[in-house]
Design a protein around this ligand. Structure first.
Ligand SMILES: N[C@H](C(=O)O)[C@H](O)COP(=O)(O)O
Length: 301
């Protein structure tokens, strides 16, 4: 029995999260002493887990594939319990089940994602990252409109991305992390022909950071950098914006990748898939990413 279990939130109770967790617990009884499921009583009773935390109205019962505001409220309460429980010292980390951002907003959630929720609850500046498959990717910006990306690529945010990329790569086994950085523009600006952000702002920042992180590249063309990681040239890639990093990641690692929130006082991981309401309750959902999210939370703590 470890001191503090990892909280596992149910996610949207009408999505695939609850059935995936049930499947994992059945197939991996060794997790029993390491994790604490957080969700509605009707779900917890099916898990037969001594260590569990009930949230929501006692009579709540989800209808798989049929999301509701009541279900989104339960998902929010599970997140609240997990975040608060970490701060109280009851949980060591959190693995979150998939939620619907649209339904969460109908239930009063104001965050673009769970990453921002935990940043608010744990008072920190997060970095979004993905690992667990063939690619390891850190995002310098994520839920911001493309037109505003450059405004968010400040000295502070770029340094935060580099620092967390270095930490992640070390936790995953690299002793001197080789960090590849995508340029913002096609061909990383092509020497100024296709944009000046690399020459004018980003490369000078990276030159300073390289004194602390010797394996840090300059801005490299984003269209080939992920291929170069697959060839073994880099331990981790920093993408400048959401789709630059997540399009290649989801092309090669869709069922394996784990979403990781770095830089906060506690580790939070999540499977990198959504609620999949269309197949919820049918036993079709793949449990690989969720299981890897639980395993990675243990590695990254
Ligand atoms: N940006 C992620 C993705 O596209 O996979 C995901 O939406 C993150 O959501 P959370 O902040 O809820 O982890």
């Amino acid at each position: 029995m470890i001191d503090k279990p990892i909280a596992i939130t149910c996610g949207d109770p009408a999505g695939v999260g609850p059935e995936i967790v049930a499947k994992i617990f059945k197939e991996h009884p060794e997790l029993r002493e390491k994790v604490c499921p957080v969700g509605p009583a009707s779900w917890l009773s099916t898990l037969d887990y001594a260590q569990a935390k009930e949230v929501g109205e006692p009579g709540f019962r989800a209808d798989p594939g049929k999301p509701s505001v009541e279900g989104a409220v339960v998902a929010l309460e599970a997140l609240d319990e997990a975040a608060y429980g970490c701060r109280q010292g009851r949980y060591s980390a959190v693995v979150t089940g998939p939620v619907s951002k649209a339904w969460m907003s109908q239930a009063g959630g104001t965050w673009p994602g769970q990453t921002e929720f935990f940043a608010e609850r744990w008072y920190g500046e997060p970095t979004m990252a993905f690992a667990g498959g063939k690619l390891t990717v850190v995002l310098a910006t994520w839920h911001v409109p493309l037109m505003e990306v450059m405004n968010h690529l400040t000295r502070e945010s770029v340094e935060r991305a580099v620092k967390n990329a270095d930490r992640l790569a070390r936790k995953l086994g690299a002793s001197t992390p080789r960090i590849g950085v995508c340029g913002l523009n096609p061909h990383a600006g092509e020497g100024g022909l296709i944009g000046y952000e690399e020459q004018g702002q980003l490369d000078p920042m990276l030159d300073v950071l390289r004194e602390t992180y010797p394996g840090l590249s300059k801005c490299e063309p984003g269209d080939t950098l992920f291929h170069r990681q697959l060839q073994g040239e880099f331990d981790v890639i920093i993408a400048m914006y959401h789709d630059q990093g997540l399009a290649p990641l989801k092309a090669v690692d869709f069922d394996r990748a784990v979403n990781i929130t770095l830089g906060l006082p506690f580790v939070r991981t999540s499977p990198d898939h959504g609620t999949a309401f269309g197949i919820a309750g049918q036993g079709k959902a793949d449990a690989g990413s969720f299981l890897r999210a639980i395993e990675l939370a243990g590695v990254l703590m």
